[in-house]
Design a protein around this ligand. Structure first.
Ligand code: 1HE
Length: 265
């Protein structure tokens, strides 16, 4: 599906394409290394606010040699404090729609995944990194600070100490190193990321909507709760999931020898 058939029109720097239950969103500003300008951030917000009804998973990827060079630095020059706060708030709202949106999101990464590009990747639920991908937070050396939710999401993925090191010393991590620290969920050869991301998105789309809701909306919140509140929330969530007719049908299939077995893939 071309982006003009979405319920919302996207800027030229974003392209959406629907393939069955999976919609692929491409950052299409390769000439600027997919640096995220205001228009793109607004477009990401609009895209995730108006997903096609039959979309059950999203893949987000970048065109050209890099996933994203982060914030468009050319837009930073004239901003004062008040405008800076509003700008950061727009990134927060857009990326919140990724993390706590309607469907799970798989990010396919290659080349530079830096600054705001890493913040975008951190908002996704699964990250597939091609071997060419590398992670960096160059904000430190530019005299700025993360503003797209990085302080909230990245420490939860890699820990405060690693994020401090990345920002203070400019340390970068390769896609492979990202596996060990929690940035890379899947490592694939160069050129294979989109196929892997699409395959994972199709698997995600085959889950019940209730399970995907529980994993996206309840799990990260339970992880932030006190254990007492978390156990109660988990009991509620699991009882709601299992009461879903689709869950009942899948359990019946298994018990009547029709459902798939769990095998090592
Ligand atoms: C840009 C940007 C950008 C490239 N904003 N225009 N992010 C950074 O500090 C990363 C800055 N970018 C780079 O380090 C490099 O561009 C890359 C390693 C990503 C790619 O290198 P390369 O050699 O392939 O490309 P290039 O020649 O550096 O850039 C090509 C063009 O893209 C060039 O413009 P042109 O008009 O001269 O062709 C660059 O100026 C332009 N370009 N990156 C604007 N980021 C919510 S707060 C988040 C805070 C941050 O994200 S800070 C991190 C910013």
């Amino acid at each position: 599906m071309a982006s003009d058939r979405l319920a919302v029109s996207l800027p030229d720097s974003l392209r959406a394409e629907q393939q069955g239950q999976v919609t692929v969103l491409r950052l299409s500003r390769a000439q600027k290394r997919n640096a995220l300008d205001d228009e793109m951030v607004a477009g990401i917000d609009a895209f995730f606010s108006h997903l096609p009804d039959n979309t059950a998973a999203v893949v987000i990827c970048g065109e050209g040699e890099h996933f994203s060079a982060g914030l468009d630095l050319s837009e930073l020059k004239e901003r004062d404090v008040r405008e800076g706060i509003a700008h950061s708030g727009r990134w927060h709202r857009a990326f919140e729609k990724i993390q706590y949106g309607r469907v799970p999101v798989v990010a396919v990464l290659h080349g530079a995944v830096v600054g705001g590009g890493l913040e975008l990747a951190a908002a996704a639920h699964v990250r597939v990194a091609e071997r060419s991908a590398y992670y960096a937070l160059p904000e430190g050396s530019r005299g700025i600070y993360v503003g797209g939710g990085g302080s909230v999401r990245l420490p939860r993925l890699i820990g405060v100490a690693r994020m401090m090191d990345m920002m203070l010393t400019g340390r970068t991590y390769s896609a492979e190193e990202g596996l060990a620290i929690g940035l890379t969920t899947y490592l694939v050869d160069s050129g294979k990321g989109l196929a892997k991301g699409f395959e994972l998105a199709q698997r995600i789309a085959a889950n019940t909507a209730m399970t995907n809701f529980a994993v996206m909306q309840a799990l990260p919140r339970i992880a932030e709760m006190t254990p007492d509140a978390g156990f109660a929330m988990e009991a509620l969530m699991s009882s709601m999931a299992q009461a879903d007719p689709e869950a009942k049908a899948r359990l019946k299939d298994f018990l009547e020898k029709r459902g798939p077995k769990v095998t090592r893939s």
